[in-house]
Write a protein that binds this ligand. Structure first.
Ligand code: SF4
Length: 288
């Protein structure tokens, strides 16, 4: 299987076969993100992808999970996406879940009916980056969306029957805006009510705009202690029953996992203990 450049997938899709249906990200401007900087966004030909699906069957046999990448694969025209999903379902009848990366823009470009048809055809879950619920922070990192736009996109996915996984980035507001980030992100999540919420910690990548801002003292990165404080404030403000909360990625300093709201108090205690004992994972991911 030939992939173009580095292929990314959400942590929970670690065991999925990846169909690289698009190359890059349609936005590609976020100041903290280096993932697709070397790629220009394009959608691959459906016929080529169908051949790859058959090749995957020959190579891997049965597949139970499939993930459609790159950055914003929901940008694919609905009819083409329906053909791809149909091909995946008929080639891998044992497949239990098909997931995709989505952006607020690609969600808004589709009608509710189109999203429902994708879900009926077999698309099970969409991954959406909220990053922050604060408009100031979204603007600062050039996300190209308002919090309201991301909230309505998330709700639209859920209304179409798909599962929704939302990602938030701890520390994205820096020391200047950590409280705003914690509170407004929790408020946004409470309105979206995603099925899954993943908290990743901001990692600085050389070559990104944010990296240059840090070097020029234009952004202060939070310490592990401050990240834990921010997460604590976010958790205290989260009210999204049934949402599976995960903060157990390699980038996180304190591993947390539970279902909101029932496990919230337990996760708050874990964080408070870590803050009291200074018990954080070693700093190695952020190349400071
Ligand atoms: S964070 Fe997401 S939307 Fe922003 S540039 Fe990276 S892949 Fe694209």
């Amino acid at each position: 299987m030939k992939y173009e450049g580095t292929v990314y997938r959400p942590p929970s899709e670690a065991r999925s076969w990846i169909l690289q249906a698009t190359i890059g990200c349609s936005h590609n401007r976020c100041t903290f993100c280096s993932m697709y900087k070397d790629k220009s966004f394009r959608i691959r030909k459906t016929e080529e992808l169908i051949q790859e699906i058959h090749e995957a069957r020959r190579q891997f046999g049965k597949l139970t999970r499939i993930f459609i990448a790159d950055g914003d694969a929901l940008m694919i025209r609905n009819e083409d996406l329906l053909s791809l999903i149909g091909e995946l379902k008929s080639t891998f009848p044992e497949c239990q879940r098909i997931g995709i990366y989505a952006s607020p823009k690609s969600i808004h470009l589709k009608t509710e009916d189109e999203l429902k048809r994708l879900n009926e055809a077999g698309l099970g879950i969409a991954y959406l980056g909220l990053e922050s619920g604060s408009d100031d922070i979204l603007q600062m990192v050039k996300k190209g969306e308002t919090s309201e736009g991301i909230i309505s996109a998330g709700k639209k996915i859920k209304e179409a029957g798909l599962k929704l996984s939302v990602t938030v980035i701890s520390g994205l507001g820096g020391r200047e805006k950590w409280e705003e980030h914690a509170k407004e992100t929790a408020q946004a999540v409470n309105r979206i009510r995603p099925d899954f919420l993943g908290l990743l910690t901001l990692m600085l990548e050389p070559g990104t705009e944010l990296w240059n801002q840090v070097q020029a003292d234009g952004f202060t990165v939070l310490s592990p202690y401050e990240i834990a404080q921010e997460t604590l404030l976010m958790l205290k403000n989260l009210d999204s029953p049934g949402c599976v909360f995960r903060s157990n990625h390699a980038s996180n300093y304190v591993a947390l996992k539970g279902t909101l709201n029932e496990d919230r108090e337990g996760m708050i205690s874990t964080l408070e203990n870590a803050l009291a004992d200074g018990d954080f994972k070693e700093e190695w991911m952020r190349r400071l």
